[in-house]
Design a protein around this ligand. Structure first.
Ligand code: FES
Length: 200
């Protein structure tokens, strides 16, 4: 029996055209998401750099720590003991300010001897001024006043100025030691070293 003709339309077969390959950008122009290899490389580089930074950070910190240990931060203050010239260099009745700035000490010459006053206000530590015309020390910060003897009489200073050790060195010069203090309120102004007897 002959084949019966059908109404089915036979569509022509379209030839498969292979898609043209997309040209890739040069490696240096590719973004990390376009090339996971680059991303991996960057991460690896970052880890490498981070490792070195951590290593150098450790070395620097250790070196600084070692140097601090070998050379601790010490405040080198000028020596507190010093010679202040011959007694004859001083005028009876005067307050010498020669060592006030450098050593923070006034040297007071009286008829029968010397005493040394530390030039630090007993209120909050300012440096008072000697006012010869008023015969007193006056603190510029809050107005405390001290007699020539160093006893406080006005303002907020709670106690007299402190006196420092004073004596005579072997060579005949006056010797002061600011680290040895004598406090009036403790009855120390009568102690040896708080006053240098001298009648010259
Ligand atoms: S510091 Fe001298 S009166 Fe206050």
């Amino acid at each position: 029996m002959a084949d019966q003709p059908t109404n089915e339309v036979v569509k022509p077969v379209q030839p498969q055209i292979a898609a043209a390959p997309i040209p890739r950008k040069p490696k240096q122009d590719r973004a990390p998401e376009e090339d996971p290899g680059i991303w991996r490389m960057n991460r690896r580089n970052a880890l490498w750099v981070g490792g070195w930074l951590a290593f150098f950070g450790f070395i620097i910190t250790s070196t600084v720590g070692a140097l601090r240990y070998m050379f601790p931060r010490v405040l080198f203050e000028p020596p507190t003991k010093f010679k202040a010239g011959l007694p004859a260099d001083y005028v009876v009745g005067e307050v010498s300010e020669k060592y006030k700035d450098e050593k923070r000490v006034w040297i007071v010459r009286e008829k029968d001897g010397f005493y040394a006053i530390i030039s630090i206000c007993t209120h909050l530590g300012c440096t008072p001024r000697w006012l010869p015309s008023d015969n007193k020390f006056k603190c510029p910060c809050h107005g405390s006043g001290f007699y020539k003897s160093a006893i406080n009489f006005e303002g907020p200073a709670p106690r007299p100025l402190e006196r420092a050790f004073i004596g005579l060195a072997d060579d005949g010069q006056i010797e002061i030691d600011r680290s040895v203090k004598f406090l009036y309120e403790k009855g120390e102004w009568g102690k040896q070293g708080s006053f240098l007897e001298y009648k010259g």
